[in-house]
Design a binder for this molecule. Structure first.
Ligand code: URP
Ligand code: ZN
Ligand code: ZN
Ligand code: ZN
Length: 487
């Protein structure tokens, strides 16, 4: 059974052109004109783009004394309905500290629920010989080539600089890519204490305790540590000019540093935390917090300029009741917001519809760039012969207002509620199967999604290893005759 997506405008990160896409089984067999297949999928008056890849989610994550309410089932359903066909979730070690056990646990949770493909980043939340050892198996046996480091959440997930340096060096050896949550956790903890002591106990205290400088400092520090360890670096949820500036400077020096703004930081601002309604403000508590308009403008410019490469969600959805854990103390409000279903629509609306991004740049930052960074570009994130047919018929004539009543997320609110999206998927295909079509009420089949194994040594890791090996400090051999006697 072949399928042909007919009559659309194919958009890749490089160019847009009229064409049909022929799918045989799970893969793209041919791209051309006047193609025929057993089944026709109508793409007239629409774009055909690679399925979105969201590289930053926390589904069912145990965090801050509770567990994120969004499940792998509801999360991947929301993704599919929004045009995202793959997500990468953060796998956190449990009490025993084992990385491999954590992966087993994440597999157990996700396997029967996922309706889109997924992968994991492995979190390094401490350092030991066994973690050093397990990292090799994580990469080689489990197909995970990314390791996440939290520079914030002191006393919980945070790692110190020496631990980060050791882990980054291990990443360099294994051809894996380190990721960082860049915020100075020591300063955040001190500022939290200060504002609480001053009686600022509401969600605005969350924003005050995490100023942009705190993020910028950590970004600079992580970049320095990555350079010393000889590895590329990926900075998650870049929210401000200070962190963006660090990334720009590093890239201009030839360092391989990637930056990921979130759709939330691109579209929502810090005034949200000053809302008189506590629950409204608490729903928006996430780290880093939303910033002012100037920071937003910088992030948009970075996506156009190429200094920032990827737009993610950091989807970490906690219910209203969970948020109320911090009703007297903002430091206890579970950090996180959602966006899996809205990322593509909001980015198109605020980016392409305003002329801030081209359709090609939209494709680059929603799928193609991250596919390259994650070393799966042959399979995902590209409309190309031989690639998996993760495709979206993206319809700019469908407008949709974000509403809790119709969202696929199981959360009782939506931080984008009431906002209008000016394009939506007419069809979402995952490995050649239509898993979502506009207006569909039923859910794609849970468990149909697959885990995507990602090989180590992405091109940038390989190139940097070569360069670092050529330029490593070396001992100067001297003729003993030219060395004076010691005193
Ligand atoms: O507030 C956030 N971002 N929550 C999820 C955990 C993290 O820091 O990414
Ligand atoms: Zn410290
Ligand atoms: Zn984070
Ligand atoms: Zn996160």
């Amino acid at each position: 059974m072949s399928k042909v997506i007919k009559g659309g405008t194919i958009v890749t990160a490089e160019r847009s052109f009229r064409g049909d896409v022929l799918i045989e089984g799970e893969r793209i067999a041919e791209i051309g004109t006047d193609l025929a297949g057993d089944e026709v999928i109508d793409a007239s008056e629409a774009y055909v783009i690679p399925g979105g890849i969201d590289p930053h989610t926390h589904l069912e994550m145990p965090f801050m004394g509770t567990t994120a309410a969004e499940t792998f089932e509801s999360g991947t359903f929301a993704a599919a309905a929004g045009g995202t066909t793959m997500l990468v979730d953060f796998c956190l070690p449990g009490e025993d500290g084992s990385l491999l056990n954590a992966i087993d646990e994440w597999d157990r949770k996700s396997k029967d629920q996922i309706c889109t493909d997924i992968s994991y980043h492995m979190a390094i939340t401490g350092w030991s010989e066994s973690i050093f050892e397990e990292m090799e198996a994580v990469v080689k046996d489990r197909g995970i080539n990314t390791f996440k480091h939290f520079m914030a959440y002191k006393g919980a997930l945070m790692v110190e600089d020496d631990e980060m340096f050791a882990s980054f060096r291990r990443c360099a050896e294994l051809g894996a890519l380190p990721l960082v949550h860049a915020e100075n956790g020591d300063v955040v903890a001190a500022l939290q204490e200060k504002y609480m002591a001053e009686g600022i106990t509401g969600p605005e205290g969350h924003a005050f305790s995490r100023p942009p400088e705190v993020e910028g400092e950590a970004a600079n520090r992580a970049i320095m540590i990555a350079d010393a360890a000889g590895t590329p670096l990926y900075i998650v949820h870049v929210s401000c000019e200070q962190a963006h500036e660090a990334i720009r400077r590093a890239r201009q020096k030839g360092m391989r540093v990637y930056g990921e703004p979130l759709i939330q930081h691109l579209t929502l601002d810090e005034t949200e935390y000053f809302d008189k309604d506590w629950q409204y403000a608490a729903r928006r508590v996430m780290s880093p917090p939303f910033r002012s308009k100037d920071h937003q403008d910088g992030l948009w410019a970075g996506l156009a300029a190429g200094s920032l490469q990827v737009v993610a969600t950091d989807h970490a959805a906690f219910s209203d009741e969970q948020k109320r854990m911090g009703v007297d103390d903002f430091t206890r409000i579970p950090n996180g917001t959602g966006g899996l279903e809205e990322r593509m629509g909001m980015l198109w609306t605020r980016g392409v519809e305003t002329g801030r991004l081209t359709p090609e740049e939209f494709v680059a930052v929603t799928s193609s760039n991250i596919a390259r960074i994650l070393n799966i570009a042959g399979r995902k994130g590209h409309v190309a012969v031989g690639a998996e047919a993760d495709l979206v018929v993206w319809d700019p004539s469908i407008t949709k207002t974000v509403e809790v009543a119709t969202q696929k997320s199981i959360i009782d609110y939506n931080v984008f509620e009431g906002m209008e999206m000016k394009a939506q998927p007419r069809f979402t295909l995952s490995r050649g199967e239509v898993i979502w079509s506009w207006g569909q009420n039923s859910q794609p089949k849970p468990g149909r999604g697959k885990f995507v194994r990602r090989p180590a040594y992405a091109s940038a890791s390989k190139a940097l290893s070569k360069w670092k090996a050529l330029n490593t400090p070396r001992k100067i051999e001297r003729d003993p005759m030219n060395i004076p006697a010691g005193v």
